[in-house]
Design a protein around this ligand. Structure first.
Ligand SMILES: Nc1ncnc2c1ncn2[C@@H]1O[C@H](COP(=O)(O)OP(=O)(O)O)[C@@H](O)[C@H]1O
Ligand SMILES: [Mg+2]
Length: 273
C-alpha cells in the first residue's frame, strides 16, 4: 500500500480550565498516534465520543497544528488547509445567504476552471445524486437538518477532491437516508478513486464503509488497532451486506476491541477510587 497520508507520533493538547480551581491545565487529547492512509483507500475511524476523532480529522485537514509528531500528505508536511482535501463536518456548514445550488457552485468557484453555466450543471448533477434535485433553489433555512447535510456532501463531492475527510457526516440523518447515502458514497468512491477518511462512532457504519477500520482508544487518544475488512461491497446495493455472517463477525471483532478498552479504563478507575 502506498500511503498518501501519514501521521506518526502525533500529540495534541488543549488548554482547559479545572472544575474546582479554574486553573488552566493542559489536556492531552492525542498522544503517540500513528496512522497511515493509502492512496485511494476508504478508511473508517471508529471510537467512543470524546476519544479525539474530530481532532485527528482537523489535523489532517490542516485546521489545527499538532503539538508534536509528523503529519504528511504524499510525503510533504501538512501545513494548512488545501483544495486537495475537502471536509464534511458533523454540523451543517452552508452559507445561509446562498441557495443549495449556489452553495455547491461556491466550492466550484473556489476551485476554478468552469464557466458559470458549467458550475450550475455540475451542482445540479451532485444535488441530484444526494436526492435534492428539486431543492436546488431553496435557501438553507428552508431545508431540514438532513437536507442541509446532503447539500454539504454534494458540495464536497462536486469538486472531486483527491482526499475526502468526513466527520460523522450521516449522524443526524434518518436511518433510511443514511443507508442510501452510505451506498452512494461507496459507489462514488469506487468510481472516482478518491481517498476517504471517514469518522464515525457507529460500528456498523465503520464496517459497512471501511476497507480498513482504525479503532481508537481514549485518554490519550491513539489508534489501538487497524482491522482489515474483506467484504464484497460490489453488490451492496442489491444484497443486504449487513445481514451476512462475515459482516457480523467484523462487527463483533470491533465491538470487542472497543468494549475491552472500556472495561480496562473502568477497572483502572475503580482501582484508584
Ligand atoms: N477546543 C477544545 N478545547 C478544549 N478541549 C477540547 C477542544 N476540542 C476538543 N477537546 C477535547 O478533546 C477531546 C477530543 O475531542 P474530539 O476530537 O472532539 O473527540 P471526538 O470527535 O472523538 O468526540 C475531548 O475530550 C474534548 O473534550
Ligand atoms: Mg467528533
Amino acid at each position: 500500500m502506498s500511503s498518501r497520508i501519514a501521521l506518526s507520533g502525533v500529540r495534541h493538547t488543549f488548554w482547559v480550565r479545572g472544575d474546582h480551581d479554574k486553573q488552566l491545565r493542559e489536556f492531552v487529547a492525542l498522544d503517540g498516534l500513528d496512522l497511515e492512509v493509502g492512496a485511494g483507500e476508504f478508511l473508517t475511524v471508529v471510537g467512543p465520543s470524546g476519544c479525539g476523532k474530530s481532532t485527528v480529522l482537523d489535523l489532517i485537514a490542516g485546521l489545527a497544528t499538532p503539538r508534536a509528531g509528523r503529519l504528511t500528505i504524499d510525503g510533504r508536511p501538512i501545513s494548512g488547509p488545501g483544495l486537495d482535501r475537502s471536509v464534511v463536518f458533523q454540523q451543517y456548514t452552508l452559507l445561509p445567504w446562498r441557495t443549495a445550488s449556489a452553495n455547491v457552485e461556491f466550492a466550484l468557484e473556489a476551485k476554478g476552471g468552469l464557466s458559470k453555466s458549467q458550475r450550475r450543471e455540475v451542482a445540479r448533477e451532485y444535488l441530484e445524486l444526494v436526492g435534492l434535485a428539486e431543492f436546488a433553489n431553496r435557501y438553507p433555512h428552508e431545508l431540514s437538518g438532513g437536507m442541509k447535510q446532503r447539500v454539504a456532501i454534494a458540495r464536497s463531492l462536486s469538486y472531486q477532491p483527491e482526499v475526502l475527510l468526513m466527520d460523522e457526516p450521516f449522524g443526524a440523518l434518518d436511518a433510511q437516508t443514511r443507508e442510501r447515502l452510505q451506498e452512494e458514497l461507496l459507489a462514488i468512491w469506487a468510481r472516482t478513486g478518491t481517498t476517504v477518511v471517514f469518522i464515525t462512532h457507529d460500528i456498523e457504519e465503520a464496517v459497512f464503509l471501511g476497507q480498513r477500520v482504525a479503532v481508537m482508544s481514549a485518554r490519550p487518544g491513539r489508534i489501538r488497532q487497524v482491522v482489515d475488512v474483506d467484504l464484497d461491497r460490489s453488490s451492496a446495493q442489491e444484497s443486504d451486506l449487513r445481514a451476512t455472517p462475515e459482516f457480523a463477525r467484523y462487527r463483533h471483532e470491533i465491538w470487542s476491541l472497543l468494549r475491552e478498552q472500556h472495561t480496562t479504563t473502568h477497572s483502572k478507575e475503580l482501582a484508584h477510587a
